[in-house]
Structures are given as structure tokens and as C-alpha cells.
Design a protein around this ligand. Structure first.
Ligand SMILES: [Zn+2]
Length: 286
């Protein structure tokens, strides 16, 4: 069995504040260890059920160089390095292909405008909303759609408690949800310590493998009419910069869209446009 773990940092055990999310922040080094531990727990849960499993982990937060490889489980390999579209056209999902049986979303957060803990969608400074065939979705919805294009169902989602409703609304099938903390507001939560969250993540990952084997997970159907992904930015200039990317068309004063057969066809162009829409190519991307 091949498992792809797409990871983010906001939904990791003990992470509640921006200070923990960037290399400049005092809490980042500690958050890197916490992130690596949550991911290791998910890997261990897979191995509990399937000792021969192959696991690929993609670091999907900010600089995308957060996970401590020296502490990563030996059963895994790591996709790491800057999220610029030249490096990682699939952004948080770079390294995914059709050889994987099952996907996990570990350490995620809810979408822009949700009011959830550390909420945003991809680039918080630029993006007001992303719509997939007209429906506002967050990062878990986008990533699940792209995974589905490769035939990979999502089996596990971990994050703060507020993410569960978004998962239920936006993801098909019945992924296992593991809450690492109870959301109080945009930058506060009641957190479980690793001694309690790690066993819960491990057990959630194990149950996801069982659910997969029992046929209880579903790949979202590819819409017959194709996929349209639309990005609503905060400022007109952000959308105008994105329009320089081939395949992107304007859909409003501050928004652009990309159409194609599947989410996997559309998303790299959308990500390219989002990066181009940044005022300058940010250091964290390179
Ligand atoms: Zn993140």
C-alpha cells in the first residue's frame, strides 16, 4: 500500500499562533518538532495495519521546509523545498501520482472567512476566496479534488475542531477526522498535549487504512462538464498579475479563473497565477 501524506502546520498539535508558523517566529523551531511528531504518528498508524506500506510525506506549509527529516520515521520519504510553481506546480501535493492508494491531510486549517483557528486559503494576504465549480472551498477541498483526479481518496484529516464541519461539507466519502485542539478563536484553542494527540492521530490513521480496505472511502467523481477553479483576490492588481499566465482568464474585477477537464489539470495553472499575483516573488516561495 502506498500512502501520500500532505501536511500543513496550522492544525498541528499545540500550534495556535502566527509566531509558531514562520522561521522568524520564536515558536517555529518547537512547532517543527510538533509537526514531525504528528506526521510520524500518522505513519505509525499506517504501519500498525500495513507494515509493508510505503509513505511519502509532502511538507506543505510556508517555506515548505518545516519537517525535521532527522526525526522523520524511516518508513517515509519527504518532499521538501520551496513552493514556487517552478519547483512545485502542485504546491502542497507535489510528489503525488496515481501510484498512491490513499491520501492523508495532516495539520490542516479551515478556509478563509470561516472564523476558524488560523483560517486562510493558500495565501492569506492575497486570497479572499477560491471556488471550485462555484462552491467556496478551502485547502482541504482543493487538495481532495486534486487527489481525486489521481484516483486517490482522502482517508484522514487532522486539525483543529472547527475543520471537521468543513471536511464533512466539502469532502466526499467518509474520511476519519482527528481533532488536535478545540478552537476558541482565530488564534487560541484548548490543546491536547502530544501525549494525548499522538495516540489519537495514530489510531485515526490506522482506522483510515481499515476503512480504505473495507471500501468505505470514495474518490470524488470528476465532473462531466470539467472543472472551473476561480480565485477571488483582495486587490485588482493581484488578479491582473495572474492574467499574465497562459490559461488564466478574468472573471471579475479582482478575480480570475481556469477551466479544464480535471482539478489536476487546472490547479497548477491556478497556483502559478496565485504566485504571479504576489506583489513580489516572496522569499518563502523560493
Ligand atoms: Zn500552512
Amino acid at each position: 500500500m502506498n500512502v501520500f501524506i500532505c501536511s500543513d502546520m496550522e492544525g498541528i498539535t499545540g500550534v495556535v499562533h502566527r509566531d509558531q508558523l514562520t522561521p522568524e517566529g520564536h515558536g517555529w523551531q518547537s512547532a517543527r518538532k510538533l509537526m514531525t511528531a504528528d506526521i510520524n504518528a500518522a505513519i505509525q498508524g499506517v504501519l500498525d495495519e500495513c507494515p509493508e506500506a510505503r509513505v511519502r510525506v509532502a511538507d506543505g506549509h510556508g517555506t515548505m521546509r518545516n519537517i525535521l527529516i532527522e526525526e522523520l520515521h524511516d518508513a517515509a520519504e519527504l518532499v521538501t523545498g520551496g513552493a514556487n510553481y517552478r519547483n512545485r506546480p502542485f504546491c502542497q501535493l507535489q510528489g503525488l501520482d496515481g501510484s498512491f492508494d490513499l491520501g492523508f491531510l495532516v495539520g490542516f486549517h479551515s478556509r478563509s472567512g470561516s472564523g476558524g483557528l488560523l483560517q486562510h486559503t493558500l495565501v492569506g494576504t492575497n486570497i479572499r476566496n477560491i471556488r471550485l465549480n462555484g462552491k467556496v472551498v478551502g485547502e482541504i477541498g482543493i487538495n481532495a479534488a486534486v487527489m481525486g483526479s489521481f484516483g486517490v481518496p482522502v482517508g484522514l484529516v487532522t486539525g483543529a475542531s472547527d475543520l471537521e464541519a468543513e471536511m464533512t461539507a466539502d469532502l466526499t466519502g467518509a474520511p476519519v477526522f482527528v481533532s488536535t485542539k478545540q478552537t476558541l478563536g482565530p488564534s487560541a484553542a484548548i490543546c491536547l498535549p502530544p501525549g494525548r494527540s499522538l495516540p489519537a492521530i495514530r489510531e485515526g490513521a490506522r482506522r483510515a487504512v481499515v476503512r480504505y480496505r473495507e471500501g468505505g472511502l470514495a474518490v470524488p467523481p470528476v465532473p462531466a462538464g470539467g472543472v472551473m477553479m476561480e480565485v477571488e483576490t483582495y486587490r485588482r492588481e493581484m488578479a491582473e498579475q495572474a492574467l499574465l499566465v497562459p490559461g488564466i482568464e478574468r472573471s471579475g474585477e479582482c478575480s480570475f479563473r481556469v477551466c479544464g477537464p480535471t482539478a489536476a489539470d487546472v490547479y497548477p495553472i491556478v497556483w502559478h497565477g496565485i504566485v504571479r499575483g504576489l506583489d513580489q516573488e516572496s522569499a518563502w516561495l523560493s
